[in-house]
Structures are given as C-alpha cells and as structure tokens.
Design a protein around this ligand. Sequence first.
Ligand code: SAH
Length: 355
Amino acid sequence: MTELTGMFRDELASWVKEQGYPAFRGAQIFRWIHQGRDFDEMSNLPLAMREQLKDKAVAQPVQIRLQRESSLDGTVKFLFALRDGNCVEGVLMQYKYGLTLCISTQVGCRMGCRFCASTLEGLVRNLTAGEMLGEILAANRWLEASGRSERISHVVLMGSGEPLDNYDEVIRFLKLLREEDGVRIGLRNVSLSTCGLVPKIYQLADENLPVTLCISLHAPNDEARKRTMPVAEAYRIGDILKACRYMIQKTGRRIIFEYALSEGQNASVQDAAELANLLRGMQCHVNLIPLNPVPERGMKGVDEETVARFMQVLENHHVSVTRRREMGDDIEGACGQLRRKTINNATGELTNAEV
Ligand code: SAH
C-alpha cells in the first residue's frame, strides 16, 4: 500500500498518472488528503476510481485511538494509532497565538534519557513523513468534528522520539508543511527539539529551513549531563553550543534550551550560575520546567521556590528565561506516559473510562 500523505504535490501527480489517471486528479487528491479526507469523502472523484485507489493506497495513515481533554486548560492529549498497530502520542495546546500540536517522530526512542518515559522500551521504529503529517491531519479532523473553526497553526517536534535520529523523514515532513494546497504551516511556526546530535544539527542548519531549534540541555556541565543523558557520552556541551551558533548564523533565530529541574541533580543556585556562564552572550532563551516524575525512573521534580530561585540567578546574569507552563497536568502530560499506560493495560483493550 502506498502512503499518499508522505508525497509532495508533484510526486502525487506522477503517481496518479502512473495509475492511468489524468494529472489533474493528482491535484484534487492532494487537496483532499491535506484536508484530512479519506477516499470515500473525495466527492469530485468518480466512484470507481475511489474504489480502485483504496486497494492500492492509504489516504489517512493516522487515526485517533483515544483522546483526553484537560478540564484545566483545554489541552488535549491524543493517542494516535498507526496502521501496524503501534501507537504514538500527540498533545494539542491552546496558546494566544494559535493551536500548537506536539507530535511524535518515532515509536519509542533509543536515546535512553533517565527521566523520560518514551525511551523505556527503546526504539520500536521510525515514523514516516506521511505519518508525522498524518498526526496533524488527524488533529485537524478532530477539531472539525468538535465544531471548531481553528486548525493547527504551530507544530513542535517534542513527542516521543529523537527527530534528528530520523533525519530524512523529519526533513521531508517539514517540507510537506509548506506545500501549496497543503496544511500551509510556516516553518517559523515549527520547533524541533533534540537531545543534541551534533553532526545532524550542522546538517539541519545547512537545509536553510527557518525552524526554531530547541536543545534538551538539562545540565550545566558534561559530568552532570552524563548522569542523566547517555547521549552526553557522545557529544560535549561545548560542541553542541558551537553547532547552535552555526544554526543561529544560518537561520537568524534564537535557540531554546530546555532544562528540566530535578531536586539533587541540576537545580541548585550553583547549577544556575554555571548555566548562565555557559550561555552568556548567546542569542538564546531558557525554558525551565519542573521535571515531571515518571514512576519507573525514580527522579524527583522540584518545588516552585526552587524554580523561582533558579530563574532569578539566570535573570541576574541577563539570560532570557521563562518557566514553561505545564499544560494538561491532569491528563498524563509527560512524554510517553499515556502510551505506556495504555500498552501496560493487560488486555490491550481500553476501558470506557479512558475513551
Ligand atoms: N528527543 C527530543 C524531543 C522529545 S522530548 C529531545 O530530547 O529534545 C521533549 C522534551 O521533554 C525534551 O526536552 C525532554 O528532555 C523532555 N522530557 C522528557 N521527559 C521529561 C520529564 N519526565 N519531565 C520533564 N521533561 C521531560
């Protein structure tokens, strides 16, 4: 079966022609697909053609298996079902500037960060570009079915997976976002988060795509970072920052550093001062978040006082910093938690309460 969501407009036109149909059908199908439609809904195609296409191709590779809506802030957590039975998570967040969807780029992850639930069972497989786009299309369908007029306008690659470990498909996905007649999400509205795969950061910078790069730093020095992030054995913070400066030079966009505070690990005033020193003079912003404890991992979060103190030190050093809003606290907001809860369910079936 051919997955049509992963094709650029001209590729789809060629494919449709190869199937023996006139090229203009390609443009029609492209439009339908990117509006989240399946073959049955493509009302300007002859019925026989729709039936034939159904046997050969998939128009919508991602379906929503369950969703949970936060009563606190309207955040919606989705469990997306892929065609092979695997599931990944996505989160829809409402900000003043629009609707943001956090998407997954891999089923599982092989980076092994100690605080993260997504990596507990390692990497299962990469997502295709068509599946990543499919997550957006599924969320847009959900919005439409909920009677809402807004559609996803911003995307963050911060769900399960390491985007730069699935490089080619992620780049193809980014380029799909700006196709004519597509979802038309400008790359300035896209943030890509990485644990810091240095050679891939250079490669990304050379693509000249104006995405915002986010670095999961989580420690002020290499020794501390090695305690929680195995990737720190491969790449030093100094080299990550060098690659970041190259990215800034290429895109003109500031870098976001993510820093999850954990009691006894990285949250002291000394840690803050060391971090400030590291980032001094760099065109960047620090996003602080109290670590969301994952039961399997045994790492602690921090109280508000600790966050405030840490923030103050950075501000005193003129480092731009915010405390990230925790969204959907009541709906298993942390990476990989909802999927794990679901696959841990002995029967594999979902209970009514969850649906
Ligand atoms: N692999 C990519 C993107 C996915 S994770 C990366 O490492 O950046 C998205 C963000 O959530 C990362 O900054 C990650 O470090 C963070 N994260 C993972 N588990 C967390 C937890 N339990 N509490 C707080 N942040 C967490």
